[in-house]
Design a protein. Structure first.
Length: 277
């Protein structure tokens, strides 16, 4: 399968993937130039050496670090867990084994993430019966994101593990994502954002919205080669968003100093990779 055909099929599948969402028009504006640029870039690089390509799928749990709960409380991080699913495509060089380019893979991926969010920790302990605690326990939220992006993966050992018999191939990677998030915040006590239902900390800090967002990613992972055409992979990815509204809440940083960072997530993906040329 040529690279151009794969890009066409990937774009078509990704349109289907988001077709049920009312954000499709915005995503189309992102996807078309993104895939066009990728096609031009990789086609240019392909002129300088023999290449191979891979496709795969991945899924796993995602832990979302949000503004729910006490800052620095790991319980909020570990219990606000959701899921992530995605597909990906790899492009690599095969040339002189001494070439540094054989230590790198270019990865394009498209993914979907969904997480339900709650307050956990000492402030919502059942022993707490204050009005503040009751309002915190009544608060709930969720966030979902659709992402497409590029990562450059570095393999200390050469990437051509299919032809040279390497069984385990660890790697590190860095990249960026363009996505669209949908956040929801609500209360069991009534409409959120009013004093009767919402803790004062969040009175002017809630939004239910759908907007584009960029993010930076970094991964550590490993591949296990089954045979010449099939591999399994494990990938742990840290994704840091350029917005603090991805979770739907954002207390005023000038008043609440614990709100120091934007939203971010940690995903543990398990995947399958197929080498097809």
């Amino acid at each position: 399968m040529c690279f151009f055909n794969y890009i066409f099929i990937s774009e078509y599948c990704f349109y289907i993937f988001v077709a049920q969402s009312n954000k499709t028009q915005m995503l189309k504006k992102i996807i078309i130039p993104f895939f066009s640029l990728l096609f031009v870039s990789v086609s240019s690089y392909a002129q300088f050496g023999r290449t191979y390509q891979e496709v795969g799928i991945m899924a796993g749990p995602v832990f979302f670090k949000s503004d729910y709960g006490e800052g620095g409380d790991m319980e909020n991080f570990t219990k606000n867990m959701g899921y992530s699913v995605g597909v990906f495509y790899y492009f690599s060089f095969i040339e002189d084994y001494t070439s540094l380019r054989e230590n790198f893979k270019l990865r394009l991926d498209a993914s979907y993430m969904k997480t339900d969010l709650e307050h956990f920790g000492k402030y919502v302990d059942p022993s707490k019966t204050s009005d503040f605690a009751n309002k915190l326990r009544a608060m709930h939220g969720s966030t979902s994101t659709v992402n497409i992006g590029l990562q450059m993966e570095y393999y200390p050992w050469k990437t051509d593990d299919y032809n040279r018999g390497v069984t385990f191939s660890p790697y590190v990677s860095f990249g960026g994502q363009i996505g669209y998030y949908t956040s929801k915040a609500y209360s069991d006590l009534g409409p959120i954002g009013i004093p009767q239902t919402t803790p004062v900390k969040y009175l002017n800090g809630t939004r239910n919205e759908s907007l584009p967002v960029a993010s930076l990613t970094s991964s550590i992972g490993v591949r296990y080669r089954i045979d010449d055409y099939n591999s399994l992979m494990f990938d742990s990815r840290l994704q840091y968003y350029t917005s603090d509204w991805v979770d739907g809440i954002n207390p005023d940083r000038t008043t609440y100093s614990e709100n120091k960072t934007n939203d971010y997530s940690l995903t543990f993906n398990f995947g399958y990779v197929y080498y097809f040329n």
